[in-house]
Each structure stands twice: as C-alpha cells, then as structure tokens.
Write a protein that binds this ligand. Sequence first.
Ligand code: EPZ
Length: 414
Amino acid sequence: MDSLVVEGGQILKGKVEVPPAKNAALPLLCLSLLTAEKVSFESLPDVADIQSMQKMLEHLGVEKLDKNLFQCKTIKSVQAPYEWVRKMRASILVLGPLLARAGRAEVSMPGGCAIGERPVGIHLDGLRAMGATINLENGYIQAECKKLRGTKFVLDFPTVTGTINLVTAAALAEGESLLENVACEPEVVEIVQALRQMGAKISGEGTSQIKITGVPKLNGLKWQIQPDRIQLLTYLAAGALTGGEVECTPYRQGTLNAVVQKFRELGCEMIETSESLRLKAPQRLKSIHLETAPFPGFPTDGQAQFMACTTLAAGSSTIRELVFENRFQHVAELRRMGAKIEVDGNTAVISGVDHLSGASVMASDLRASASLVLAGLSAHGKTKVLRVYHLDRGYEMLEAKLRKLGAKITREKE
Ligand code: EPZ
C-alpha cells in the first residue's frame, strides 16, 4: 500500500487544473445502462472509483468502444457482486437503471463504511413505490418489476445516490412521478440535465421536487462533466493552510457558495470569475463555526479539509457533522500531529495551535486522507500518510498537482 511523504513549510502558490467530478461521473456512467445507444464523455476523472465502475458496467453488458465511449446494446447480467460493491458503495447506482432497463436487479447490499452505516432504505422504498418487488436475501437486494410505474414519493432524507436511483428508474417508468425532498447537489442536477438530453421528460432539478413523465426509451448521450468541486476546495484549503495563494479552474459558480463563505470567514480573500475560483490566505486563519448539511449547505465532503484548516486558526472553532454519523476519523490522526481537538458526539471543538508537527498518520477514508495531507503541508517536519489508496479513489494526481503549487511531496510505493 502506497504512502505519501510531505515535507511541511512550503507556501503554496499557483494554478490548479480541476478534473471532472467523480461523484457526477459515477452516476453518469450508469446512464449507459438506460439506453441501447452510444454514451460518450469529453473526459473522465482518472481515479480508482471510475476504473472500478467501468469494470462493473462491463460485467453488466456495457461495452467500452473507446476511451470515453460506451454502449449497452443488451444487458448481459443483472448482478452486481459483493466483492465489487464492498469496494465501492457507489455501485448501488446500477440498481435504478438495471430495474428500469431489464426489469430485474441483484445488487449486493453495500454495507457500511468508515464514515457511517450508509443505509439504502430510501432507495428501496422509492422503487417499491414504483411497483418493484424487493427482497433482501443472502446480503443481496433482489429487485423485480416487469414495468415500473410512475409514483408520488417523499424521501425521508435528501439522499444523493437515492435521488439519482429514483430519478433514473422513473425516467423509463410508465406515467408520471413526483419525487419530493430530493437532493439538490450539483451532481444530481447534472444527472437530470443529462437524462433530458437523452430524451427524458423531467424537470425541477436543483429544487426539492423533481417531476418525471416516463418515456418508452432513451437516446444516447454526449456529455461534458462538471469540474470536481470537492477536489477544488481541497486545493484551495492547501493554499489557506500554508498562507499562500491558489487558483482553481474550471469552476462552476453557485456550486460552492457555502464553502466560499466559510473560506472568507477563515479570513481568506476569495475571487470568483466565471471560470475560476482564487483564494488568498491571511497571515493567520481565523476560527469559524461550521455545520455540514445537504446542498446548498456546507458539503460534508469538505468537512475534514476545513477541520485541518481550523487546527491552526487563532481561537476556538466548532465543527458539527450533521450528515454522517461517524465522519471524524481524521481527528485522532490530526491529534497525533499536535492538533487540539475535543469531540462530543457529532461536534468537534478545535483550539488553534501555532503549528502542527509532522508524524506518520493513517488514512481511513477518502476525505479524511486529504485532510492529513493538508495538515502535513503546513506541519513542521515530515508527515507520512499511510494507505493512500483511499485518496486514489477520488483524487487525480494529487501529489503532482500539489508539487506544481510548490509542495514537497512524494509517493512511496510499498
Ligand atoms: C453521496 O453519497 C456521495 N457519494 C458522498 O461522497 C457524499 O458524502 C454524500 O452523497 C453526501 O453528499 C457519491 O455521490 C458516490 P447520502 P450517498 O445517501 O448518496 C442517509 C465522497 O467522499 N441515508 O446522501 O451515499 C445516510 O445514512 C463520498 O466522495 C439514509 O438514511 O450519501 C447519510 O446519513 C462520501 N437512507 C445521509 O443519508 C438512505 O436510503 C447522506 O447519505 C440513504 C441515505
């Protein structure tokens, strides 16, 4: 398992090219199951989860005709096996499309992960409301329905992948669907827009209600994926933490308003243009209060990165993680670097220190790993982040991009 070794103390300055969004690319790839026509993307993020999803889709019958060109003429299998799903929970995203296209799906229950139990009950209840018979046997979701029918359904929570599963299923169902309390994340908005290009009759994206009138079949797709706003905020945080100045491009205005506001509260100057987002760090960061929430609130996927920033901020900061039940895995590792953090349930209180000290630390999940690299960039001495396969799932060439900003960071292959 690879490690990243960071020599702290460099002030990061420069421009970062942001890759396409992993959390948009994953569901967009699954749209290839919904049509017998070609589906192509201008580019795909070069991260491990995208490789895994392509492997899963090939197993189901999606042929890879070229680098970013796919076609599923017929479904070859309706089974998403445990050995793959346990490695990538996002495999649950094949459930809606398989049921809609083939009338059957056998998807392993994703199980929990480091950040929480990650249930999928809302996905299943919504599909049942569309007429699917769903049983849980031997750890698998056995779903069946000759023809899904439109329905009214209110989601208990605006789950991102749950919304996507239900929207993709409803697109080919018979009749009208009204889905309420849906997720409004930019990645969900993008899926709806892509479905519309494929011929779906769908509206309401970005609001809490999405209306769909099912169609008998969908056409192909030719799509440019939005930039990865979470990778983007991670590079800006690297600038904030090291007293530097970082510009990220491309950037979609309106996708990170809560994050821009929190960077400003940290004392950073933020400059937005139609194409880029630039951050100028203050001499010393200020303490903040932060709560994660569904979009347009502060994204839970940025919580760990901002906690790394607050470890050095003047005064006491509080961070409340209100989306996942166990997303403070990075706290113990940051403490090993000298951070002063007290945790009580879903609230962390961080007392800023003058500096962190380099140490060997353990990555646990994708975003926690990023926060440890960030902490290492500003720490005195050397930090070794172990098990960076977590990072490789969602960050494209992280060390190369950080080196381009002036960081001293190398990968040690185990
Ligand atoms: C998506 O996960 C993202 N993953 C996550 O990014 C992100 O953190 C999350 O949305 C929230 O924004 C992908 O898009 C592939 P949820 P998802 O369903 O859809 C509860 C990353 O780092 N819930 O919105 O699985 C659940 O317990 C990853 O890139 C139910 O109760 O997240 C959780 O508390 C991590 N029942 C909350 O909703 C359900 O049926 C949010 O989960 C479904 C979810």
